[in-house]
Design a protein around this ligand. Structure first.
Ligand SMILES: O=C1O[C@H](COP(=O)(O)O)[C@@H](O)[C@H](O)[C@H]1O
Length: 260
């Protein structure tokens, strides 16, 4: 478990640009060290903002896109191509404009696809895909992702792990089907906290005043069942990337005065 580090930027645009620059460096370093890199994407406003910033970042061509595995932390269980699917939004923000290897883009199964409307079967299939990619040195059923991105919801949810719902209590399976999510759509597929914690680095993104209470709660000792974001951490690093509005209710002593 790594203790959270907090970085606060002036506004959400700067936060997205700085996070994109940080991610480029991390991917390039991982590719230099291990030949390829793996990143878990998130949906939501801040995750898509980061991808859009990456699409226009001057250094984006430093990444060898063909040697990058992309996974998702969660997906809205909707038909393929639905505009509300996280993968659809990621394609629009970035993925369609870079030369990825399609075999390394690991989207979660859609509703109405090979698993029909069975969200549990879709979750099991994604768990099997992750297990097939895990190497012995990863010591678990999922790869040791280089970076796992998470948006933080106003209710402290991360991926599709919502406060008090069964998915956030899961301690064995790496991927679960979610029903009855309080944010539409109700059916989702999500990595669980154990799978999230397999990542080398977990980066949590939050911008805007509607996230201020969630950020303060998660970073002030709340339990992960009540505040799922509090249970999201990486093996070697946990980074909270915030804008000033989202950090507004954090005790000032929790982060250095830097912020640009
Ligand atoms: O529905 C979802 O919401 C969260 C947070 O989204 P935001 O727009 O409030 O930042 C997101 O992280 C998750 O991937 C997505 O499915």
């Amino acid at each position: 478990m790594s203790a959270p580090q907090i970085v606060v930027h002036r506004d959400k645009e700067l936060m997205a640009q700085a996070a994109a620059a940080r991610l480029i460096t991390k991917i390039v370093d991982a590719q230099a060290a291990r030949g390829s890199a793996s990143v878990v994407l998130t949906g939501g406003r801040n995750g898509n903002g980061l991808l859009a910033a990456l699409a226009t970042a001057p250094a984006r061509d430093a990444v060898d896109w063909a040697r990058l595995d992309l996974w998702w932390g969660d997906e809205r269980f909707l038909p393929d191509g639905d505009p509300e699917r996280n993968v659809t939004q990621a394609r629009e923000a970035l993925l369609d404009s870079v030369p990825l290897d399609p075999a390394r883009v690991h989207a979660m199964p859609p509703a109405g696809g090979p698993y029909g409307n069975d969200v549990d079967a879709a979750a099991e299939a994604y768990a099997a895909e992750l297990a097939a990619a895990a190497r012995p040195e990863d010591h678990g059923p999922v790869p040791a992702f280089d970076v796992l991105l998470l948006g933080v919801g106003p209710d402290t949810h991360v991926a599709s792990l919502f406060p008090e719902l069964p998915a956030v209590r899961e301690t064995e399976r790496p991927v679960v089907g979610v029903r009855g999510a309080p944010k539409p759509p109700p059916n989702r597929v999500s990595l669980t906290l154990p799978a999230i914690r397999a990542a080398r680095e977990v980066w949590l993104l939050a911008a805007g005043e509607d996230k201020a209470n969630a950020v303060a709660l998660a970073l002030s000792g709340a339990g992960e069942i009540q505040a799922p974001a509090a249970g999201a951490y990486g093996r070697s690093r946990t980074l909270w990337l915030l804008d000033a509005a989202a950090a507004a209710r954090l005790p000032r002593e929790l982060y250095p005065p830097a912020t640009s």
